[in-house]
Design a protein around this ligand. Sequence first.
Ligand SMILES: *[C@@H]1O[C@H](CO)[C@@H](O)[C@H](O)[C@H]1NC(C)=O
Ligand SMILES: *[C@@H]1O[C@H](CO)[C@@H](O)[C@H](O)[C@H]1NC(C)=O
Length: 451
Amino acid sequence: MIFNCFVAAFILYFTAGSGTTAYDGYNDFVEEDNAPQLDYKDPQWCHSPGLTNGEVTCHSPRGAAYRSTLGTRCEMSCDRGYRLLGKSSIHCLANRRWSGTAYCRKMRCHVLHLIPHGSYTCSQGFMVDSRCDFTCDTGYRIEGEHSRTCQRSSSWSGTQPICDDTDPPKIKCPPSRLKVAEPGKLTAMVTWDLPAATDTADKSLNVILVGQEPGTDFKEGANIIRYKVYDQARNKAACKFIVRVEVRRCPDLPPPLHGYLTCSSDGSNYGATCEYHCDGGYERRGASSRVCQFNRSWAGAPAECVAMEIKSDVKTVSALLDQFHEKRRLLIMSAPNISDPDYQLQNIMIQKSDCGLDLRHVTVIELLGSPPRETGRIKESLLSSEVIEGLRQVFRISRFYFSMLLLDELGLDRERFITPMASDELFSYIDSFLLDEEQRERLELHRDFCD
Ligand SMILES: *[C@@H]1O[C@H](CO)[C@@H](O)[C@H](O)[C@H]1NC(C)=O
Ligand SMILES: *[C@@H]1O[C@H](CO)[C@@H](O)[C@H](O)[C@H]1NC(C)=O
């Protein structure tokens, strides 16, 4: 009987627990009436409930000592950071088993994403209560919350921060510089090292030049050179410096009296060369040219234009005329004698205009009287009788009346006057018909000279 009872209990335990009928073969021995008595007094009817990382709070109608007695109801709760899986409330059943099971699973948040240009470190990984602190790479500044905490709801507090590149790049221009224009030029070639740009965030930066390229010719004065640089976040930096080009200049060189200068380059800048030229009938005395030196002074001494020496004691007309060829014009004045009224009038008018004649490169030859008391002269220098005779023949100049003959620089007979001419008229004729463009310009330049 006792054996039967044990077997029945054994079978009941298994059939209730597994729901199988594997032991149906023993049913013959089970006496239905002999089912075990429910014992509400047994404090260990069910096994003691336990919950790892949690707490079981049981209520038994029979008191605290009957935690596992039949009918006891237990509430399951998990420690902080754990979540209950299964039944939160169980009770001890007649089959000596609890109505359900539960366990506590450690709670965690999802893996936090990485943020561009930043990183984070967490106190306890992605577990509840873990705090993750964000930091940004150097050169970037954090925008938003600096940390996120894994909450009990398995979600992170706050939102992901952003690492912003707010640091502008740095750029340093080379120092400003002064360069003297090259000799014979108004410019200077200037070079410099490209400015170095740095940025805490970016490795490669785009440096933009605003202004003239290095290694090119810079003009006189201050040339401002700017450099700009942007990082990838469009933060900007800029710098500038000045390239100053100095053109060293000598004082203007005065042209010589009865001459002029032709100068290279800009005329009076360092390295410019000025050449001295003399008007026809004048010869240069002194250096042919002068150079403007670095110390702003002209090398050498000024040249002079001195009236060429006319040899009046030559024996032939051609020897006399050759001296004037391509240099001077000739005005040959002829009169029967010194008391000829036309001659006297003309002489007065011409003497007053010596300077104007000189400006126009005119030399006056006077032929007076008849042999044997005939004279010919250029100013105070007397001509030989052969030359006087030659001039009269070559240019057909009569001894018997007043006349004037104008020869150009090639010795060609250009105009003949038989009445006295006011110097204004004479000059206006010369200016209009005998001077070339350049000579007219220079005459204009020096006109005041005669006043
Ligand atoms: C300028 O320099 C030259 C030599 O280079 C020298 O002979 C001259 O005396 C200097 N002139 C002045 C005004 O310093
Ligand atoms: C000068 O020449 C004029 C003619 O032109 C003549 O009448 C006069 O007598 C001459 N006088 C002398 C001093 O030869």
